[in-house]
Design a protein around this ligand. Structure first.
Ligand code: FAD
Length: 624
């Protein structure tokens, strides 16, 4: 075998992988590729570069150039930003896979579990200009030649999943299909050198993923989110019944000529809807048509017309009952959607034969969008027996999209980036409350995002939220407002410990030893010298009224506290002020509440030593 032959063979194996058209086919082609070229996919941090070295044909050059360009973004710190962080992603939908890519670029070990082994959704997602730009940057055209050609701004869900799956594999993400996440398993109480950390209970339970210890878990399992700790806000709007329908696309010239119906334009076209109603009895609020693998339609229908046309049999108040299987006449639904599609395209589509769905049935479905949900919070941190776990939601699990408006993938990707940003902060050892507060601040923007109000400079987009949201205020939620998202089961001193997988064990003595109490006392005395009402003689009672704490902060940053206005008697107020300012400005988490300080005769020594040493660490190099 000559060198040229080997190059050609490697290139062919890679092309087979790139061209694979199913989920299973892709995984298979990938495993053949790795075996033949002796590449180890588990060696995640070197996998991409080994693959590049092995596949050198001109056909892949452009792809490598694109991926290299992406990987070179400063935020990833050459794949070292999150070295050592292990992440589990639940769900291989577009948002789970997109998150996996970012985490892999940051240098995390990433494992994705997906309960199915087929990508079978015909439905089509609307893409915002930034998502098109983003996907092009990941080599979308290489994986799917027709990607957003011309003015096309949509893609079928399955095609999108397929290309993201391929990028994931190239970047060393470990993917397991036919694995269902059941629940989190806490680390055991007995801790020794190699005790397990956080793990997942999965089905089938014997699979090796059940032994994977992780520091971060991402819920990307769609609308039925399985992770605990996230309550849902529901927005009840007016009754909205959406119908999706997919017809076979035979790619004939006649079909090619038919114009798409873009959502935005049609929502306002009253004349069209009046004519439709008069001619057919079908009453719609909107309709979208995309020509993709299938002819895809999504429309919102008025209840009365569905009753009149016999699609819905009996009228019930509760939508669940109204749309239940036994209250829907499937044949009538098929005709209703077909008639609407036919009218909408001016009877130009030659044959409207239904495509077949995952269940072997004609692909039409009716969904209730009356009640839209959003998760109350985007992330939380659990701590058990010294192990911290960052838990986050992305995609439909986080915020339900309204399909006729096609916001799912666009907002889903934004959340994927924001989540990756949080994981980066976490790996850098920023304090838990600080990163949770920042995440929640950013999450508040998500439901309001539109193509108009996000940054237009797509070239600059990274996981750093500041590159995407103009006028971002990443501290509108304060650390003390997210305390309930730090769940440790036992309200002990672990708030003091900073996050980050490299410092997983919470160990008071170790933190303690960083500064000896004697030295700490001397330093505090020096810092608070000369302040009215302050006389530091110990690390407990001298601090009770809060003035010393305020003085400590004032010495460092006089603009943060108006020291002269403080009242010695207001113990709770003084302490709370110091706690809040220290948390907000220096990321130093409080150990207790202002009112607790007022209630006790003197503060707990261990807590005070820990708390004050944070100030020592933060200020000692800049001591005035
Ligand atoms: P999803 O795409 O829903 O992916 C979640 C994944 O998690 C799935 O692959 C699922 O199998 C897997 N999963 C779930 N539970 C577990 C578990 N316990 N363990 C392991 N894996 C699990 N949007 C539109 O804009 N227009 C449409 O017409 C449209 N049609 C849709 C039709 C269907 C049937 C569904 C489910 C969604 C549809 N959507 C539509 C929504 C759109 O698919 C999502 O907004 C988009 O795919 C991003 O979603 P996601 O990645 O967050 O979740």
């Amino acid at each position: 075998e000559t060198e040229d032959e080997r190059t050609a063979q490697a290139s062919q194996l890679f092309e087979n992988f790139v061209q694979a058209s199913t989920c299973k086919g892709t995984l298979q082609a990938f495993s053949i590729l790795c075996r033949q070229l002796e590449l180890d996919p588990l060696d995640y941090s070197n996998f991409y570069s080994s693959l590049k070295t092995a596949i050198t044909s001109w056909k892949v050059k452009a792809l490598w150039t694109k991926l290299d360009k992406r990987a070179e973004h400063k935020v990833y710190n050459q794949g070292k930003a999150c070295q050592g962080t292990r992440c589990l992603i639940i769900g291989g939908g577009p948002c789970g896979l997109r998150t996996a890519i970012e985490l892999a670029l940051l240098g995390c070990k990433v494992v994705v579990i997906e309960k199915r082994d087929t990508f079978s959704r015909n439905n089509v997602l609307h893409l915002w200009p930034y998502t098109i730009h983003d996907l092009r940057g990941l080599g979308a055209k290489k994986f799917y030649g027709k990607f957003c050609a011309g003015s096309i701004d949509h893609i079928s869900i399955r095609q999108l999943q397929l290309m993201l799956l391929k990028v994931c594999l190239i970047l060393g993400v470990e993917i397991h299909v036919n694995i269902e996440f059941i629940k989190l398993v806490e680390p055991p109480e007995e801790q020794h050198e190699d005790s397990p950390g956080w793990r997942a209970e999965i089905r089938p339970s014997s699979h090796q993923v059940s032994e994977f210890d992780f520091d971060v878990v991402i819920g990307a399992d769609g609308r039925r989110n399985t992770l605990d700790g996230f309550s849902r806000k529901e927005f009840r709007g007016k009754l909205a019944i959406a119908i999706t329908a997919n017809f076979v696309n035979r790619n004939t010239t006649a079909e090619a000529k038919v114009e798409e119906i873009s959502g935005v334009a049609f929502i306002f076209n009253q004349k069209f809807f009046l004519e439709l109603r008069e001619e057919t009895g079908i009453d719609l609020e909107n309709i979208v048509y995309y020509k993709d693998h299938t002819h895809y339609f999504v429309m919102t229908a008025k209840k009365q017309s569905l009753l009149d046309k016999g699609v819905i049999i009996n009228d019930y108040i509760e939508t669940e009952r109204l749309l239940s299987n036994d209250n829907v006449n499937q044949e009538a639904l098929l005709s209703y959607a077909r008639e609407a599609a036919d009218f909408g395209t001016n009877y130009q589509l030659p044959s409207l034969d239904y495509a077949i769905n995952h269940y072997g049935q004609p692909d039409v479905a009716m969904f209730d969008f009356t009640c839209m949900y959003a998760s109350e919070n985007a992330a939380l941190i659990r701590e058990k027996h010294g192990h911290q776990l960052l838990v986050a939601l992305v995609g439909d699990s986080l915020l339900e999209p309204f399909w006729p408006m096609g916001t799912g993938c666009a907002r889903g990707f934004l959340a994927a980036f924001d989540t990756a940003w949080m994981v980066r902060g976490w790996a850098q050892g920023r304090s838990p409350l600080e990163i949770l507060a920042e995440r929640e601040s950013i999450y508040r923007l998500l439901p309001q995002t539109t193509t108009e109000n996000i940054s237009k400079n797509f070239e600059q987009y990274t996981i750093d939220p500041a590159t995407r949201y103009p006028n971002l205020n990443s501290s509108c939620v304060r650390p003390h407002q997210v305390r309930h998202l730090f769940i440790d089961g036992q309200q002990d001193t672990c708030h003091l410990e900073r996050g980050g997988p490299t410092r997983r064990s919470v160990n008071l003595t170790r933190r303690d030893s960083e500064v000896r109490p004697g030295r700490l006392l001397t330093w505090c005395q020096k810092q608070t010298e000369g302040y009215r009402g302050v006389d530091v003689t110990d690390l407990t009672s001298s601090w009770r009224n809060g003035l010393a704490l305020c003085a400590l902060i004032h010495r460092q940053r006089p603009e943060l506290i108006d020291y002269d206005s403080l009242n010695e008697e207001d113990v709770a107020g003084n302490n709370q002020l110091a706690f809040d300012v220290a948390e907000r400005e220096f990321g130093i988490q409080p150990v207790t509440l202002g009112k607790e300080m007022a209630r006790q005769p003197e503060p707990d020594k261990l807590l005070m030593v820990l708390y004050l040493s944070k100030f020592y660490e933060a200020f000692r190099n800049s001591s005035r």
